[in-house]
Design a protein around this ligand. Structure first.
Ligand SMILES: Cc1ncc(COP(=O)(O)O)c(C=O)c1O
Length: 401
């Protein structure tokens, strides 16, 4: 392995601050009892502030998908009915999770290039009996941000409540769990929460519990069943969770939450917006085509087609080998076509974005050595045959409805 560490500009996990790593490396603590309890209460209070909720918050020991499964599985119940909006790889992940819990899944497929609109969601729901609707806030595969506040209002008007995957948005973009009338929100420690992977915090509001408690048949799971987490919270105040929680990860995440609240949520959102804009402007100047229109582009991740003649895989390889910067490739049908750059949490700084842009520019200049012609090289290399009428825009995949 290379000596120089990779600078992670992938859309999670993100680099974490030295004090968070130091917190992670402290001696293992007893994860319950009188010394841990006040610490844990403070930790949950911090998470509540970041989720903007007075509801329940559980730090599920898992990657983000475990939190999503806990949220969705518990809200669906055994064989309940659920609607899933999908416009990306992670929307499809929600769909897979939903289908693992019930055969009664209604799917609203939206083209990957755009967000779901509240009016179409309202019309779609009107024709169905769906009490729980799931959506991804920022789909990390496309960089498209769904307008969760408006979708939640549309859903409410049709008697449905929203469960939100905020894995790549919470603490990077506004999420008002109570204020938007959401049923539940799930996230993960390794994205905008700026902590190592391993914890998936899930918030459930009183509306969420109303749905869960009104189910004809509760969810069948145990570990990821939030009813079980609530039972321990109520019945075991000295150990308010059913399992051994990963105390080192929790201590690290707590330190990261403290940093986040010290910075202030509004200041963070602005930092993410500025970083996103700096990156997008820079990529466009270098000849990239942005996948998501700026009107709905996520402030935490950017997906872009490289300039003509540049292969995404070769560019990523060169960034990694020559510049020690990791960016991610495309998912689903975008595999091999795009690169994905994270500007989540610690990544969203002027310095990191400029460094990344500088490295990308250098790769384009030097490109031919990586097996893909750089800008200078494209002028002399034989051009790839272009499809008739091919424009940058037409490189975008066809709409999938
Ligand atoms: C929006 C979104 N949802 C879900 C996930 C899955 O999270 P994990 O890989 O931590 O299970 C990710 C991971 O990148 C994500 O970005």
């Amino acid at each position: 392995m290379e000596d120089r560490p990779l600078d992670l500009m992938i859309p999670g996990p993100v680099p974490v601050s030295p004090d968070v790593l130091e917190a992670m490396g402290q001696p293992v603590r007893q994860h319950y009892g009188p010394e841990w309890q006040p610490f844990y209460e403070q930790f949950v209070a911090r998470l509540r502030r970041i989720f903007n909720t007075t509801g329940s918050v559980y730090p599920i020991p898992s990657s983000g998908s475990g939190g999503l499964e806990a949220m969705l599985g518990t809200l669906i119940g055994a064989d309940g009915t659920v609607g899933v909006i999908t416009n990306g790889f992670f929307g499809n992940r929600l769909l897979d999770i939903a289908r693992a819990h019930t055969p009664h899944v209604e799917v609203f497929q939206i083209p990957y290039e755009r967000p779901a609109g509240p009016d179409e969601v309202r019309a779609w729901l009107r024709a169905r009996r769906v009490r729980v609707l799931a959506v991804v806030h920022s789909d990390t595969s496309t960089g498209v941000l769904n307008p969760v506040a408006d979708i939640a209002a549309a859903a409410r008007s049709e008697g449905a409540a929203l469960a939100v995957d905020a894995v790549s948005s919470l603490a990077g973009a506004p999420v008002l769990t109570d204020g938007w009338g959401l049923a539940a929100v799930a996230t993960a420690s390794q994205k905008c929460l700026e902590s190592p992977p391993g914890v998936a915090p899930v918030a459930v509001t009183s509306l969420g519990w109303e749905i869960i408690d009104g189910q004809p048949a509760p969810s069948r799971g145990w570990y990821l069943n939030l009813r079980n987490w609530r039972r321990y919270e109520r019945e075991w105040p000295h150990h308010p969770y059913p399992v051994t929680i990963p105390s080192n990860n929790i201590v690290a995440l707590n330190r990261a939450l403290e940093r986040i609240l010290d910075e202030g949520l509004e200041a963070r959102f602005e930092r993410h917006r500025q970083a996103a804009e700096l990156l997008r402007g820079g990529l466009e100047r270098l000849g990239f085509t942005l996948f998501a229109d700026r009107r709905w582009a996520s402030p935490t991740v950017t997906v872009a087609y490289p300039p003509d003649g540049i292969k995404a895989a070769a560019l990523m390889e060169r960034l990694r080998v020559q510049h020690r910067i990791a960016v991610a490739g495309g998912l689903d049908h975008l595999a091999g076509q795009v690169i994905r750059i994270g500007h989540l949490g610690n990544q969203a700084t002027t310095e990191r974005i400029r460094r990344t842009l500088g490295a990308v520019e250098a790769c384009l200049r030097e490109g031919s050595a990586a097996g893909s012609p750089g800008r200078g090289a494209t002028r002399t290399a034989a051009p790839r045959p272009a499809a008739p009428g091919r424009t940058r825009r037409s490189r975008r995949p066809a709409r999938r409805t």
